[in-house]
Design a binder for this molecule. Structure first.
Ligand SMILES: Cc1cc2nc3c(=O)[nH]c(=O)nc-3n(C[C@H](O)[C@H](O)[C@H](O)COP(=O)(O)OP(=O)(O)OC[C@H]3O[C@@H](n4cnc5c(N)ncnc54)[C@H](O)[C@@H]3O)c2cc1C
Ligand code: SF4
Length: 476
C-alpha cells in the first residue's frame, strides 16, 4: 500500500508528462575506463527534487511498486523527495528493503521499477533507482543509519553466507530481537557485493558503511569457516543454534569442458579475475593475492552481465583491445543492455556468433590466441532459444594474451551432501519454498541464488527477509 495515496495529490499530470527528461550523469567514458571509481554521478539535491517531480503518481498499487521485488513504496518516496523530505523518503525504503543503498545502484532498473513506469509509453521513465540511492545516502550522511532492534528473545540463529540473502535474513532477525551469527567461508562479509560486483558499479565503501550497521546491531561474524568442510549444519544445532538459514549463493564457475588450453597461463575464470581485479589483497584468501597479469589484448567469453563486468575490468587493468566472444547474437544475450552500452562506450567490442574451440599457447607457454569457429542459429531448443550451430570450415584466430571465461555459475553441492534429510535438485540447488524459505529439514531455511540459481541482489535479499519472518514464527 502507498503511504501517500496518489489520488489525494493535487498535481497537473499532463504537465508532468511533458517535463524534460535528463538521463543519468555518467563520468566520461575515456576517464572512467582508467579507474575503478563509481561510473554514475550521484544526484544533487536540486536534480533529485526535479527528477522526483516527474512522477505522475499512478493509482495504488503503482506498477513500479509491483515490479520492484521488495515492493518499495516508490510513489510516496518520489513525493517526499520532491518536497525535500529526503530522510522520510529514506525511511520508507528502509521499511521494505535491507539494502536500499545497494539495490538503488545495482538493480537492473530498466527491467524492474523503471521498466514498468507508465511514462515509458509516451516518454522516459522516472529514474527511480538513482533517487533511491540519493535519498538513502542523504539520510546516512545527515542522520546516520541504524537497524532498529527489538528486546532480545535469547534465541540464536546461524546464518550461513554473508551475501544479500544472508544479510536480508540477518537484518530482519535482528529487528525481531534474535541473536544472529553469520558463518562465512571468505575472510570478509558481503558475498558477491564484495567478491563479484565490480567497484565501478558498487564502491566497496558503500558496502563497508552498510556492514557497520550490522556490526552496530550486534551481529556476530565468523569468517573463514566453510560449512560442510570446517563444520556441518548438525554441528551448528549441537552448538545451540535453534534455526539455520542457508544463503550460500551459486558460486562455482561453469567450465568450458572439452576445450583445449583452458588451463594455460593467461586464461582466467570470471570469479577469480573479478575478485583479484577489484578486491584489495588484504580481503583475499592468501592463495588469491597474486596480482593479475593482463595483456594488451583480452577476450571475454560469455554473454551475461558478468561478461560485461569482465570486459570493463580488463580495460581498467590496462588491456588496450578488449573483445567479447559470444556464440549467439546480441538479441539472445542474457546480460542487460545498460551494462553492455556502458562497456561499448568504454571501448569494449563484441563479436557475435563466435565459439572458441581451443586456447593456443605462444612460444613462452602463455596464452597467445583463441581459435574460434563461426556459428549460425539453428532450431529452437527446449527453452525456445535458437541453438548455435558451427559453420564448417569457418575457423579463425583471435589473438590475445588474456582470456576470461564468463560462462555462468553452478551451485556448490557440499551443503546438500553433508546435511542429512536436506533435499536438493539440479546439481545441488537447495529445495526450499519460495514464500517461506522452509526446506525439507526441520529448523533449516534457505533462499537466494543457492535456491533459484544465479539471479539478482534484490531477489536474494527478499528471499532472506521472507525466510526471517518464517524463522521468527518458528522460534516463537
Ligand atoms: C560478477 C557478478 C556481477 C553481478 N552484478 C549484479 C548486478 O549488477 N546487479 C544485481 O542485482 N545482481 C548482480 N549479480 C548477481 C548477484 O550478485 C547475486 O544474485 C546475489 O549476490 C546472490 O546473493 P546470495 O546471498 O544468494 O549469494 P552470494 O552473494 O553469492 O553470497 C553467498 C555467500 O556465501 C558464502 N558461502 C558459500 N558457500 C559457503 C559455505 N559452505 N559456508 C560458508 N559460507 C559459504 C560465500 O562466500 C558468499 O559470501 C552479479 C553476479 C556476479 C557474479
Ligand atoms: S529495490 Fe531495485 S527494483 Fe526496487 S525500487 Fe529499488 S532499484 Fe527499483
Amino acid at each position: 500500500m502507498q503511504s501517500i495515496p496518489g489520488e489525494t495529490l493535487a498535481i497537473d499530470r499532463k504537465a508532468r508528462v511533458n517535463m524534460p527528461f535528463y538521463d543519468l550523469d555518467l563520468r566520461p567514458a575515456h576517464i572512467r575506463a582508467c579507474d575503478f571509481d563509481e561510473v554514475v554521478i550521484n544526484f544533487s539535491v536540486e536534480r533529485a527534487m526535479f527528477e522526483a517531480s516527474r512522477c505522475i503518481h499512478c493509482p495504488d498499487p503503482a506498477p513500479c511498486m509491483l515490479a520492484c521485488p521488495t515492493h518499495n513504496d516508490i510513489p510516496s518516496a518520489m513525493w517526499l523527495i520532491e518536497q525535500g523530505n529526503f530522510s522520510e523518503a529514506a525511511n520508507l525504503y528502509h521499511k521494505t528493503s535491507s539494502l536500499p543503498q545497494i539495490c538503488g545502484r545495482v538493480c537492473p532498473h530498466e527491467q524492474l521499477c523503471q521498466g514498468s513506469c507508465v511514462l515509458n509509453k509516451s516518454h522516459t521513465p522516472v529514474l527511480t533507482g538513482q533517487l533511491e540511492t540519493f535519498a538513502v545516502e542523504y539520510h546516512r550522511r545527515h542522520k546516520g543509519l541504524d537497524i532498529p532492534l527489538a528486546a532480545p528473545t535469547g534465541k540464536r540463529v546461524a546464518v550461513i553466507g554473508s551475501g544479500p540473502a544472508g544479510l536480508g535474513c540477518a537484518e530482519q532477525l535482528l529487528q525481531r530481537g534474535h541473536e544472529v551469527t553469520i558463518f562465512e567461508s571468505k575472510p570478509a562479509p558481503g558475498g558477491l557485493l564484495v567478491y563479484g560486483i565490480p567497484n565501478f558499479k558498487l564502491p566497496k565503501e558503500v558496502w563497508f558503511q552498510t556492514w557497520e550497521q550490522f556490526q552496530r546491531a550486534g551481529v556476530r561474524f565468523i569468517p573463514n569457516t566453510y560449512i560442510g568442510k570446517d563444520k556441518t549444519i548438525d554441528d551448528l544445532f549441537n552448538e545451540g543454534f535453534e534455526a539455520v538459514f542457508i544463503g550460500v549463493g551459486s558460486l562455482v564457475d561453469a567450465k568450458m569442458e572439452q576445450t583445449l588450453g583452458t588451463d594455460l597461463p593467461g586464461v582466467y575464470e570470471a570469479t577469480d579475475f573479478l575478485i583479484r581485479g577489484n578486491v584489495d589483497p588484504s580481503l583475499l584468501p592468501p592463495e588469491m593475492r597474486q596480482p593479475l597479469k593482463v595483456g594488451k589484448r583480452a577476450a571475454v567469453i560469455g554473454g551475461g552481465d558478468t561478461a560485461s563486468d569482465c570486459l570493463r575490468t580488463a580495460l581498467r587493468l590496462g588491456a588496450e583491445e578488449v573483445t567479447c566472444l559470444y556464440r549467439r547474437t546480441e538479441t539472445e544475450m542474457p546480460g542487460g543492455y545498460k551494462d553492455r552500452s556502458m562497456a561499448r562506450e568504454e571501448r569494449a567490442k563484441y563479436r557475435f556468433l563466435t565459439q572458441p574451440i581451443q586456447f593456443i599457447a605462444g612460444e613462452d607457454g602463455n596464452l597467445a590466441a583463441v581459435e574460434c569457429i563461426e556459428m549460425t542459429l539453428g532450431e529452437p531448443d527446449a527453452k525456445g532459444r535458437r541453438k548455435p550451430v558451427p559453420v564448417e570450415g569457418s575457423n579463425f584466430i583471435v589473438e590475445c594474451e588474456t582470456a576470461v571465461l564468463a560462462l555462468g555459475y553452478w551451485p556448490d553441492p557440499i551443503i546438500g551432501e553433508t546435511t542429512p534429510d536436506l533435499a536438493t535438485h539440479d546439481w545441488g540447488l537447495i529445495t526450499a519454498c519460495g514464500t517461506t524459505g522452509a526446506t525439507s529439514r526441520k529448523g533449516v531455511f534457505s533462499g537466494g541464488d543457492c535456491v533459484t540459481g544465479p539471479d539478482l541482489v534484490v531477489t536474494a535479499m527478499v528471499a532472506g527477509r521472507k525466510a526471517a519472518w518464517t524463522i521468527d514464527e518458528y522460534l516463537r
